[in-house]
Design a protein around this ligand. Structure first.
Ligand SMILES: [Zn+2]
Length: 132
């Protein structure tokens, strides 16, 4: 199990939590963040998935930003569907119980239209160009 990123202090909406950076990694590393066709970067911390996340990736700045206020000690989360087109290498069952939960998450390409539309404004430039 990974030591998932949690808030070391309080964040306000819009705060930059960390810089994702551009350190390349291979497709088989489950910590990866996809930025293009077969292009992946390794973030400086492992970020947990949530279907109702408290953070998102700003793809222009390559930073992780707070969607809402986050208290110290909370897990920082983002929606893996916003970056991963095919996450079969790290597929998992989400048990958050939300109506539009990804349930068995394998990647954006396996999500239904309703699930995709919920996160449309947060997806990577790569996914947006390919799917919209
Ligand atoms: Zn879920």
């Amino acid at each position: 199990m990974y030591n998932f990123l949690h808030a070391k202090h309080q964040y306000a909406k819009g705060d930059i939590i960390l810089t994702i950076g551009i350190q390349a990694c291979g497709p088989s590393d489950p910590r990866r963040i996809q930025i293009g066709e077969s292009v992946y970067v390794l973030p400086p911390a492992v970020i947990k998935h949530s279907c109702e996340p408290n953070a998102y990736i700003d793809w222009r700045e390559m930073t992780l930003k707070a969607i809402q206020a986050i208290q110290a000690g909370e897990y920082i989360t983002y929606h893996y569907g916003t970056s991963e087109e095919d996450y079969s290498i790290g597929a998992f069952d989400c048990t958050c119980g939300l109506n539009n939960c990804v349930r068995h998450f394998r990647g954006f390409r396996y999500m239904n239209a309703e699930q995709r539309n919920r996160i449309k404004d947060r997806i990577s430039h790569y996914l947006f160009k390919k799917y919209y």
